[in-house]
Design a protein around this ligand. Sequence first.
Ligand code: PLP
Length: 390
Amino acid sequence: MILKKHIATHVGTIPRSGIRDFFEIVQSMKEVISLGIGEPDFDTPWHIREAAIYSLERGHTGYTSNLGLPELRQHISEYVARHFSVSYDPKSEIMVTVGVSEGIDLALRALINPGDEVLYHEPCYVSYSPSILLSHGIPVAIATRAEDNFTLTAEELEKKISPASKVLMLNFPCNPTGATQTRGELEKIARLCVEHDLVVLTDEIYSELTYDGAKHVSIASLPGMRERTVFLHGFSKAFAMTGFRIGYTCAPAILTEAMMKVHQYAILCANTTAQDAAIEALLNGAREVDSMRKEYELRRNFIVRSFNDLGLDCFKPLGAFYVFPKISSTGLTSREFSLGLLEKKQVACVPGPAFGPSGEGFIRCSYATGMEQIKIAMERIAEFVEETRR
Ligand code: PLP
């Protein structure tokens, strides 16, 4: 049997993630320092893990409501109101999901008819374009530039809007660039969304991780936006809970109901133990979030300075835990640079085009790695750059 011809065309034609391919090479090598992983190096705070253990001890081992534990939704509602200045009804407007990953998929599947266009800024998180294709939408990338600090400008967005545009996906602070948007920039984008009747999916998974006193603003909180926005957030990054697989969507009831139908039949509910742990994170996790954030900020300062000292332009991002230095002055492509660095110096970083074609000429380095490792990695990168330039 030739199974290949049975694979659905829209699945068969999607490329595998560039990050995964690269990390298969990394895993086959010894002694590699990885600046490639988009995952906190901190363990989940102990009291959160204890809450998970206690949940099992109490025998919380059944399904929860499709939308998630009512108590968790109540705490999410309070957390979102406090941090993002927008209120959602925990009974009908909040749904607990298997990470933000599931939230993205649900929102797209609930909204997209075949042929609808979905706009997103690029370089962007690896799942955006494939998720749009999997929901039979048409991905429309808007390239952001280092000269604009990788922000999305209303002017560039407007150029890409067509009669088929239905959804705009935003991710600030951004993976892979660390870019953030000011309130003023978001207001201009919000006006365009209202004018062109776009629904916004805003992935704010890195919102707690901002630096230099930058204040995160959610587009959902701007005038006219709550009613047309799906706010996506989760526990993976700020609370160092990637393996718990817990996220959530906040959206008007009619949209939540549509997403819930997809979730109900595909997933049923998010993991119960992880939901109990998430309650503890929201109730008592703020101190650890802040201390991790401070540590990331120190690392960011060091890594940005080191790249610029090497003559590789690196914009100082105000959020997330990535830097996106420009390496084109070495004369190498992103892939040549990353592979050369890995083979010659055993340092792993991700080639920029893994995040879309506009990432060419850049690499992504994560600073969710201990400072000592980062220091050694930067010494090795300096050697590599010097040898390349010789
Ligand atoms: N969105 C962005 C921008 C990310 O960087 C990631 C993970 O790296 C995710 C979503 C996935 O998050 P989760 O672990 O909540 O599924």
